[in-house]
Design a protein around this ligand. Structure first.
Ligand code: UD1
Length: 422
């Protein structure tokens, strides 16, 4: 199993290019199921989750022509309407094939994702939404079996008004894709406003979909009979951007992100300024300078545009060595503090009560062997390793490879002393 070894204590300097967003690439690849034409995607990140999604689509009969940083998908020959358990269990986002399959073929069998490290994460909202659009859904042998009953005409979903009890990112994306080919108008209320939802909407619109309101909490989709091929460039990854910025704020230094977007990172940038960093944005670059010990900053996660849960763990690492005490409240996932145990092994002083962690900043963490438990927790441990005294070895970094493109190469280029051990 691969590990990362980090010699802490170096500051970070230089430029780093931000990759395409994992959480935009995954749903947009699934949009390839909605048409028999070619969907060409640029700025594709080279990630394990992207490879897993490609494998799943290929199993279904999609062709995928891969070039560096791009892929062309073609769904003309889709003949297997199923996402098996071994795929869904490694990548929950595989649930995103459900909406497109039911919308275009009138049927799908998708494994239930089951529990995952950061909580139970059910998919009831995806299912309820499709039922409201006329799909008959049975849960059998751990699979969601969805079918559109035979009517007089083609097996098409019907437009519906759907209210989300909870804001769900992939739930909104699944139903938006399903509605794009449904018969009639669908209104999604209390929809997710995440920029990745907007990126998917842009791609669907380029494919001929009629969508209004993406980026607000009400999305109106007027179904069309057919979608066509398109070209789309995946948006920059705001979580990768935020992770590098927090790393530099914690370790100190002067870094510039290129191919990034500041307008979708406002909350994170404000928190970094509160921690004492100086930030300048221009065009698609974000520069951060930090030449002192960070100040502790409180964070409370909430759906976009509030502070993202996917940045919670990284700010926890920063707070471990900050001046003062901070409170971190996680309101989205019930079990997203697994990094706390590992940070304590480095000497961090953290108390957890329910969904609240109180971190008392100390001057110095000490390197140790620690274990990555999920994707963003891994990023937090890398940041902790960068600021700890001596060597930190992070085990189980396959979590990191799911969502961060070439992270050790990018950090090395910024001056970090980090290497992969196999
Ligand atoms: C997406 C992101 C993930 C991010 C999360 C929250 C992708 C591929 N993943 O995950 O990185 O951390 O948004 O910003 O985009 N819920 C239900 N029933 C449902 C669906 C969700 O109860 O049917 C609950 C979840 O358990 C969770 C909350 O709603 O407590 C939000 O989850 P959701 O937005 O759906 O997360 P994902 O889309 O899985």
């Amino acid at each position: 199993m691969q590990k990362l070894a980090i010699q802490g204590g170096t500051t970070l300097h230089g430029e780093v290019r931000i990759s395409g967003a994992k959480n935009a690439a995954l749903p947009i690849m699934c949009a390839g199921l909605l048409t028999a034409d070619e969907l060409h995607l640029d700025n594709m990140p080279d990630l394990h989750d992207v490879a897993t999604m490609r494998k799943l689509l290929v199993q279904m009969g999609v062709t995928a022509a891969v070039e560096p940083g791009a892929v062309t998908l073609c769904g003309a020959q889709v003949d297997k309407l199923e996402a098996p358990y071994d795929m869904v269990k490694t990548m929950r986002a595989a649930i995103l094939v459900l909406g497109p399959l039911v919308a275009r073929f009138g049927e799908a069998r998708v494994s239930l994702p089951g529990g995952c490290a950061i909580g139970s994460r059910p998919v009831d909202l995806h299912i309820k939404g499709l039922q409201a659009m006329g799909a008959e859904i049975h849960i059998e042998h751990g699979y969601i079996h969805a079918q559109v009953p035979h009517g007089k005409g083609a097996k098409r979903l019907k437009g519906a008004r759907i209210f989300f009890d909870l804001v769900s990112v992939t739930g909104t994306e699944n139903l938006m894709m399903a509605a794009a080919l449904a018969d009639g108008v669908t209104v999604l209320e209390n929809a997710a406003r995440e920029p990745e939802v907007v990126d998917l909407a842009h791609c669907l619109i380029a494919m001929g979909a009629k969508i209004e309101g993406a980026g607000s909490d009400t999305i109106v989709i007027t179904g069309v009979e057919k979608l066509h091929g398109a070209r789309h460039r995946i948006m920059p990854d705001r979580i990768e951007s935020g992770t590098f910025l927090v790393a530099a704020a914690a370790a100190g230094g002067d870094i510039t992100l290129t191919d990034a977007r500041a307008d979708i990172l406002e909350n994170v940038l404000e928190k970094l300024q509160e921690a004492g960093a100086t930030i300048h944005t221009a065009g698609n670059t974000i520069n951060l300078k930090m030449n002192k010990r960070p100040q502790a900053v409180n964070v409370r996660t909430s759906p976009y545009p509030a502070f993202p849960t996917d940045m919670q763990a990284q700010f926890m690492a920063l707070n471990c060595i900050a001046a003062g005490s901070a409170m971190v409240v996680e309101t989205i996932f019930e079990n997203r503090f697994m990094h706390v145990q590992e940070l304590r092994r480095l000497g961090a002083q953290i108390d957890v009560e329910g969904n609240t962690a109180v971190i008392k900043g100390i001057l110095q963490l000490e390197g140790a062997t620690i274990m990555a438990t999920d994707l963003r927790a891994s990023a937090c441990l890398v940041i902790a390793g960068l600021v700890a005294q001596g060597e930190t070895v992070i085990d189980r970094i396959y979590h990191l490879d799911r969502g961060y493109e070439h992270i050790e190469a990018k950090l090395s280029a910024l001056g970090a002393n980090i290497r992969r051990i196999t």
